[in-house]
Design a protein around this ligand. Structure first.
Ligand code: ADP
Length: 385
């Protein structure tokens, strides 16, 4: 008999951002005690967790001492100290995703090697210890322009990724471990979230389609279900389930995919946690991704991943030219639109392209939902006062 509910059981979460904050709504629903570690004393999770610790997620002692207090430890960000997780696992703390899963995913070069080792389709790539080595490789014909440069570690929301069309584009990049990937001329970016619990129960959400902001490289719309053929959807799910099986994760695994012009599916990257491509599940699915992550890491039965209705998510990012105290301009107007729910992450300061919230649009008809989403996008602005 599990004793998570209204008990002394303690769940720890590494990272206190918006993903953690949305996870805490679910722990609250089940009356589960939580502990959160985040470097910022203003973290979005702080007002909602039972115990908050300010500290460095990459520091061994900080993560170890934090983890020692809890029964199950999970993450909402991958950049955490893996050695500390390993020691905690050895001492009996359940860590999901495990240090092993994280060590495959945390470094993009390791992650890419994992795909090639397991015959998982992905764009061809080369690995470099330093960005400065790339120019030589171009000169001697080892790689050819254009290509995509990716920092092996610590990139997020597109800031560790750059399309390189000429050697001059390399100049401003950090001189760090990186990969160089062939440009995929894709038709669509898709994603599938797979949930797995320690007993091995597995469920996948429907395929979503992601539309990106051309400059910021951030997702603008997530559309669920993706407007693709049943055959492509099946293929995407098959690939996602293969990645999930090979990584053998516990909790959620979000698999980002490219659909090429001839309908091949390639894996771009994965995240072992709730993901931006699953926010619409809060309103549109029988079980939100956050409840599902919680069910999975606690080894409870997984919930239904079916859609109740079509759903679209619009990211609310800070407008260009605005830095300072945040104002959600015209939020009243979008609230008057049909099926529209804003989520505000509780960050006091806005900056250009900072993720400040999201809006979900639900409608039984996906095309109508997309039209409303466009109106939402054009109406609400995240500015400073
Ligand atoms: P992040 O970890 O910052 O999310 P990604 O690896 O997902 O970085 O890359 C961000 C975006 O850059 C992708 O969603 C896609 O639009 C583009 N991109 C990444 N890799 C490639 C590639 N090989 N070919 C073309 N576009 C790419």
């Amino acid at each position: 008999m599990t004793t998570y509910f209204s008990s002394n059981f303690k769940l720890g979460i590494l990272g206190g951002g918006q993903l953690g904050r949305m996870l805490l709504r679910e722990t609250n629903k089940f009356d589960i005690q939580t502990y959160v570690l985040d470097p910022s004393n203003d973290a979005p999770c702080k007002p909602y967790t039972n115990h908050f610790t300010q500290g460095d997620l990459l520091d061994f002692d900080t993560v170890y001492n934090f983890g020692k207090q809890v029964d199950v430890l999970t993450i909402e960000i991958e950049s955490v100290n893996i050695n500390a997780l390993q020691k905690l696992e050895n001492e009996g703390v359940s860590v999901y995703p495990s240090s092993k899963t994280l060590s495959v995913i945390q470094n993009k070069a390791t992650q890419k090697l994992f795909y090639t080792d397991n015959n998982i389709p992905t764009a061809p790539f080369s690995r470099f210890a330093f960005t400065s080595e790339i120019e030589d490789a171009i000169d001697n014909g080892g790689i050819s322009l254009p290509f995509v440069w990716k920092a092996a570690q610590f990139g997020y929301d597109g800031n560790g990724v750059k399309i390189i069309r000429s050697v001059e584009d390399l100049i401003d990049l950090p001189n760090t471990e990186c990969i160089v990937e062939e440009m995929v001329p894709f038709k669509n970016e898709l994603a599938v979230i797979v949930a797995r619990n320690p007993s091995g129960e597995i469920k996948n959400y429907p395929v979503v389609e992601m539309e990106f902001h051309p400059e910021a490289n951030q997702v603008e719309y997530v559309i669920c279900p993706a407007r693709i053929s049943e055959k492509v959807a099946q293929k995407a799910i098959e690939v996602a389930l293969k990645v999930s099986e090979k990584i053998n994760h516990v909790g959620l695994l979000a698999i980002e995919l490219f659909q090429t012009h001839d309908d091949e599916i390639l894996v771009n990257e994965v995240a072992p946690r709730p993901h931006n491509s699953g926010h619409q599940t809060i309103e549109a699915s029988y079980t939100s991704q956050f409840e599902q992550h919680l069910r999975a890491v606690l080894n409870l039965s997984l919930g239904s991943t079916d859609n109740k209705t079509s759903g679209i998510m619009v990211n609310l990012v800070g407008a260009e030219g605005h830095t300072g105290n945040v104002v959600y301009q015209n939020i009243d107007t979008i609230l008057a639109m049909s099926g529209v729910t804003p989520h505000i992450y509780g960050k006091k300061e806005t900056r250009p392209f900072r993720k400040m919230g999201h809006v979900t649009i639900v409608h039984k008809d996906i095309d109508t939902a997309r039209e409303i989403a466009q109106k939402v996008k054009e109406t609400i602005k995240v500015i400073s006062n």
